[in-house]
Write a protein that binds this ligand. Structure first.
Ligand SMILES: [Zn+2]
Length: 79
């Protein structure tokens, strides 16, 4: 998996996870809350494995969004 895909997966998991949690409020299906939390958790958990610089393999900071350069080696990141 590429870092671009990992980033997209993280964003999708966040949106989908919150979507499911909101759905849980409307439908009052309690286990949907666990599913929503689980989706967000998995989205975060995959980051240390896949969201890494293609040049130096150091982990990138997802909180800074789509970085134009790696903050470890300065290598260019292609979005
Ligand atoms: Zn780097």
């Amino acid at each position: 998996m590429t870092y671009q895909r990992s980033y997209t997966l993280f964003k999708m998991a966040f949106i989908l996870g919150f979507g499911v949690i909101i759905l849980n409020w409307f439908l009052e299906i309690w286990w949907l809350l666990l599913v929503g939390i689980g989706i967000i958790f998995l989205g975060i958990k995959q980051l240390p494995f896949f969201y890494r610089c293609p040049h130096c393999k150091q982990q990138l900071d997802v909180r800074q969004g789509k970085l134009p350069h790696c903050h470890h080696c300065g290598g260019e990141l292609d979005w």
